[in-house]
Design a protein around this ligand. Structure first.
Ligand SMILES: C[S@@+](CC[C@H](N)C(=O)[O-])C[C@H]1O[C@@H](n2cnc3c(N)ncnc32)[C@H](O)[C@@H]1O
Length: 460
């Protein structure tokens, strides 16, 4: 298909981690920055090389200011399945597009990047020398060049069968790197306040990107825990708030989660975490509150809801309430009632979460959350639906051989009306999936372990 003249081709070099999460991240970010994800993209599933066709270098730069899934982006000057094909394609790249980066008062450097193979220094120099036909008029500067060009060679995905010759070769002008270093700088290992279920930094940034969080947004986490999911949103300039049913977590009290420490110290709380990263000004507040009984007045408050609800594995799924009959008169004076907690079924939790998101998100706002699933029973139909929320993406992260969690992203596409509250009772397609309720038993059941053992012995 011919490329429309309004689009340019860029080569995206992706990290080989969290593969399923990459496409929704790139799509979300492109739509955030006004680069529609047209059908001209050349996305090669698990490959680290994708060719994106987007309208401008500005969009490419904005994308790289946010992505944690991609390492670098290049303006693509040529591509082939052999050196000859690459040179032919380079010769047909418009000279007027190359010239500004090649003229005599510029400095430059050429780098080689290989995937699934290491080249010797000699082989690298050969590759560079073979590009002599390109009209480089500037001076080589290895330390601080104005322009960096890269030859990228792709030797496929199988480390046990590395082909002699590359499967694909690309040449491009480097434009920008992504935000991979955030994974290290925001690592949970170096964070003041953490809990047993604090989310890994890379995945939390991916969640904020799937949520299309942007500057001055208001982002909410109803199951906030230690606030790990608020941090990436604040890093991207959004104001953040949350609730949790656990008083100790919200107040930074109680037992510490680190090995060598018994009790949480004075600076172990969500606000101090944000302070640690210079993001305190984005902290709105966190409250002790039960997500099953939201205490918000009616209104559209949030640009995104990004959350990791409890699945009952490392934290209990509880809500306020009593198993006993409601004592007489309690409805009349609820303030005298001291709530105890009862089990919060996962199926109810997700109905509540979707209803809450549908009610409080702005139109176009996104809900991003994790859904635990038992793999033998999983089909896409069990992912909860809501008439106001459109399913955008649904990516798997394996937890064990038979369990996984899925990162679900939904976008609010319709104003909430009173009857939408009961959609899960009125319409089959919005029925909650009751199988979720036994996730904990299945996770811990001997069945899971036994099947894993059997699978292992079959493989041996
Ligand atoms: C998976 S953890 C969230 C971890 C969090 N993302 C972090 O970075 O620490 C789930 C949290 O939900 C809280 N929770 C459980 N039931 C709740 C309820 N009914 N309402 C609000 N929070 C609840 C738990 O106390 C726990 O802190």
């Amino acid at each position: 298909m011919a490329l429309p003249s309004t689009l340019n081709r860029y080569l995206l070099l992706l990290a080989q981690e969290h593969l399923e999460f990459r496409l929704p991240e790139i799509k979300s970010l492109l739509s955030l920055f006004g680069g529609r994800f047209s059908n001209h993209q050349e996305i090669h599933g698990k490959s680290p090389f994708w060719i994106l066709s987007i309208p401008s270098e500005d969009i490419a730069r904005n994308l790289m200011k946010r992505t944690v899934c991609a390492k670098s982006i290049f303006e693509l000057w040529g591509h082939g399945k052999s050196p000859e094909e690459l040179y032919k394609s380079l010769k047909s790249y418009p000279m007027e597009k190359m010239a500004p980066f090649l003229h005599s008062d510029t400095t430059y450097k050429i780098k080689i990047h290989t995937f699934n193979k290491t080249l010797t220094q000699e082989e690298k120099i050969k590759r560079i020398d073979a590009l002599e036909f390109l009209p480089f008029e500037g001076k080589v500067n290895l330390k601080t060049p104005q322009h960096i060009f890269s030859i990228l060679e792709d030797y496929g995905l199988d480390p046990n069968h590395i082909p002699e010759k590359p499967l694909n070769i690309y040449f491009g002008r480097w434009i920008a790197d992504g935000q991979r270093e955030l994974i290290e700088s925001y690592s949970v290992k170096k964070r003041h306040f953490i809990g047993n279920t604090s989310m890994d930094a890379g995945l939390s940034f991916i969640m904020a990107n799937h949520g299309k969080v942007k500057e001055n947004d208001i982002v909410f986490d109803p199951f906030v825990g230690t606030g790990g999911l608020l941090i990436p949103s604040a890093h991207f300039g959004a104001y953040v708030c949350g609730t949790d049913i656990d008083y100790n977590t919200v107040h930074g009290l109680g037992k510490a989660s680190r090995k060598n420490q018994k009790w949480r110290g004075p600076d172990e709380n969500i606000k101090a975490n944000l302070r640690q990263y210079g993001l305190e000004k984005y902290y709105l507040d966190v409250l002790v509150s039960d997500a099953s009984k939201p205490s918000w007045r009616k209104g559209l408050f949030f640009d995104a809801i990004i959350t990791d609800p409890p699945y009952g594995i490392r934290e209990s799924t509880r809500k306020t309430g009593s198993q006993k009959e409601v004592p007489k008169g309690i409805e009349k004076c609820p303030e005298s009632h001291i709530p105890v907690s009862i089990n919060y079924h996962l199926s109810d939790m997700f109905v509540d979460l979707l209803n809450f998101a549908a009610e409080t998100l702005v139109l176009g706002g996104r809900l991003v959350y994790w859904l635990p699933v038992y793999l033998p029973e999983y089909t896409e139909e069990i992912v909860p639906r809501h008439p106001c929320l459109k399913l955008i993406s649904n990516c798997e992260q394996r937890l064990s051989s038979h369990t996984a969690r899925r990162l679900v992203t939904m976008e609010k596409v319709k104003d909430f009306e009173d009857q939408d509250h009961y959609s899960h009772l009125l319409d089959n397609q919005f029925l909650p999936y009751k199988g979720l309720n036994s996730f904990r038993e299945k996770y811990f059941s001997g069945v899971t372990k036994r099947i894993a053992k059997e699978e292992k012995s079959i493989q041996e």
